[in-house]
Design a binder for this molecule. Structure first.
Ligand code: ADP
Length: 163
């Protein structure tokens, strides 16, 4: 019997963008089950609270049995160990992502030698896209419909107009 191929895709996803969705759809061709691990970073005040980010991502993938969504805090290596899943997915946009990602990948492997990080390259049309750019553009009432799924666009607008 073939073993189910599982992987973890960690990130802040504040908010999830079409760039993230693109990485997930590429990764789905390789992995049977992907857990989107949404980081709760106590040092940063998020734009969307963790619960809201989880809710938005769960809703986005509600019809996809291959995608799981979970919150995580602390060490990714511990999260991986607890789930017995040792493959981490990360996205690469440009060379500028590489230094940081390389450092993270090696650190995670230092913490747990079983861990490997797999990188997927984004579609070039998302190569300059980031969650912070989306937040900034939404704040300036720019059209962000090609950068985020429609539900996320709605939530961003709500949050900006109604706090
Ligand atoms: P983090 O705060 O951990 O960087 P992000 O939510 O910003 O979390 O990103 C999670 C992962 O998705 C990272 O590997 C990042 O490089 C990748 N990513 C972010 N934006 C894009 C994009 N436009 N295309 C491809 N990958 C992306």
């Amino acid at each position: 019997m073939n073993e189910i191929k599982r992987a973890i895709y960690p990130g802040s996803f504040d908010p999830i963008t079409n760039g993230h969705v693109d990485i997930i759809s590429r990764a789905k061709k390789v992995f049977d089950e992907i857990t989107i691990a949404v980081i709760q970073n106590p040092d940063k005040t998020p734009f969307f609270e963790l619960e809201h980010r989880l809710e938005l991502i769960k809703h986005l993938f509600k019809n996809d049995p291959h995608i799981k969504v979970e919150a995580f805090r602390g060490l990714l290596a511990d999260f991986a160990q607890k789930r017995n899943v040792y493959t981490i997915i990360r996205g690469l946009r440009a060379v500028s992502d590489f230094d940081f990602e390389f450092q993270m990948a090696l650190t995670n492997r230092h913490l747990n030698t079983k861990i490997d990080t797999v990188f997927f390259m984004t579609d070039e049309k998302y190569s300059y896209l980031s969650s912070s750019l989306v937040r900034q553009l939404a704040g300036l009432s720019a059209d962000i419909s090609s950068f985020v799924p429609p539900d996320i666009e709605r939530s961003l607008k709500d949050r900006i107009h109604h706090g």
